[in-house]
Design a binder for this molecule. Structure first.
Ligand code: PMP
Length: 391
């Protein structure tokens, strides 16, 4: 088949290939990026589903507006306002997961040959998505406080990118949290260099101790001119259910209008039924209690993982224990190869993801990502013990 040239810029994710090995019986997986299904608020989702099918069966089963189902836009706007982000319902569109918001941003903003800056490492699907539209994706260095702003500023001056993509709170895969001071600097740089910053925030609610600093969007009120250069992607995937496929995009009006036009051609609109369920769920006021539980469980698992990693692997691995999210990002000592380690680990029936694919450029082959979201404490202890045998 004479496929489109753009496919030459991307390949199937190395992680998906690894997932094929995860069917082995008895395997303990730290590889996935899934939330724990036992934490889904099934009862709340059932109540919400029953209510929408009882009260508004016509609209929720019908075609709908590309921008989103009205009550969903209103509830999401309310949800954002509660997190310090005053956005009108018309200031956001509902998307089919935040993944679609990222795709629409790529479609709307990126021409072949354009440059895009991301964190090194960052969410793999975003790298692939921007590459599909022909972007040259450039990595900016990070540490436990998120992207290093001086380096980011230099890269922006040097490359004049179309956009900068950041996951400021508990990044995937880094687990890093951008400090308040750096958030302010990012906004100043965006306004000064007139560079679009895309803030992707699926994990911000999954904090273990104190909440992360306000989002870039919330802080933009303090930094003149920055709001015009900011797009915010939200998602219910990690805090309610990824199967609903409800995310959203809040952005300056012109970007939102173009993204909406592109969405018309992509899927016409996100399922009204799942949007309505998410909206009704928010209206039921159960999110707070459900999130408290998720935070507690993930915090405990992260604590066990940190203790076990230190006890079993000791100096063989370095990491900063995350303060939220779903991931540990670790580096093997002595530049040892995490890909080979992953192979040996699979033989010992434990899986994780090598870190190299998360780099747009110059992969660090000694890095790895471990998710603590789906394994309970006993599985984490056993899994890390097996990692020790695979070392
Ligand atoms: N952004 C990041 C950083 C993610 O990790 C994910 C999912 N793992 C997404 C976006 C997409 O999530 P969804 O489409 O389910 O909202």
């Amino acid at each position: 088949m004479p496929f489109a040239d753009r496919l030459q810029n991307v390949e199937t994710s190395a992680i998906r290939e690894l997932f094929k090995l995860l069917g082995k019986p008895g395997i303990i997986s730290f590889a996935g990026g899934f939330p724990d299904p036992s934490l889904f608020d099934v009862e709340g989702i059932r109540l919400a589903s029953e209510a929408v099918l009882r009260d508004a069966p016509g609209p929720v089963l019908q075609y709908g507006a590309t921008e989103g189902y009205g009550p969903a836009r209103e509830q999401i706007a309310r949800f954002m306002a509660a997190k310090g982000m005053p956005v009108a319902p018309e200031g956001l569109i509902v998307t089919t997961g935040s993944q679609q918001a990222l795709d629409l941003i790529g479609k709307t903003m990126v021409s072949p040959g354009d440059k895009v800056i991301v964190e090194a490492p960052t969410f793999l699907a975003t790298i692939q998505c921007f590459r599909l539209y022909g972007a040259e994706v450039i990595g900016a260095p990070i540490d436990a406080d998120g992207v290093q702003v001086e380096a980011l500023e230099c890269l922006i001056e040097e490359h004049r990118p179309k956009l900068v993509y950041l996951v400021p709170s508990f990044g995937n895969p880094s687990g890093a949290m951008l400090s308040l001071e750096r958030r302010r600097r990012v906004l100043e740089i965006a306004a000064r260099t007139r560079t679009l910053v895309v803030e992707d925030d699926p994990y911000g609610e999954l904090y273990f101790g104190a909440a992360p600093p306000p989002t870039l969007l919330a802080l933009s009120a303090e930094v003149p001119g920055s709001r015009d250069w900011l797009a915010y992607c939200g998602s219910f995937s990690k805090i309610l259910s990824p199967g609903l496929r409800v995310g959203w995009l809040a952005a300056p009006a012109a970007l939102l209008a173009n993204a909406t036009m592109c969405k018309q051609f992509a899927d016409a609109h996100t399922s009204n039924l799942t949007q309505a369920i998410a909206a009704q769920y928010l209206a039921l006021d159960r999110m707070g209690a459900a999130l408290d539980r998720v935070r507690q469980v993930y915090a405990a698992r992260a604590r066990v993982m940190a203790e076990q990693l230190r006890a079993v692997l000791g100096d063989a691995v370095a990491f900063d224990a995350p303060q939220g999210g779903m991931f540990f990002w670790a580096r093997l000592a002595g530049g040892r190869d995490a890909g080979a380690f992953a192979q040996r680990a699979i033989e010992k029936l434990v899986a994780f993801v090598p870190g190299a694919p998360f780099y747009a450029q110059q992969p660090d082959h000694s890095t790895l990502r471990l998710s603590f979201a789906t394994a309970d404490a006993a599985k984490i202890e056993e899994g890390i013990a097996r990692l020790g045998q695979a070392l």
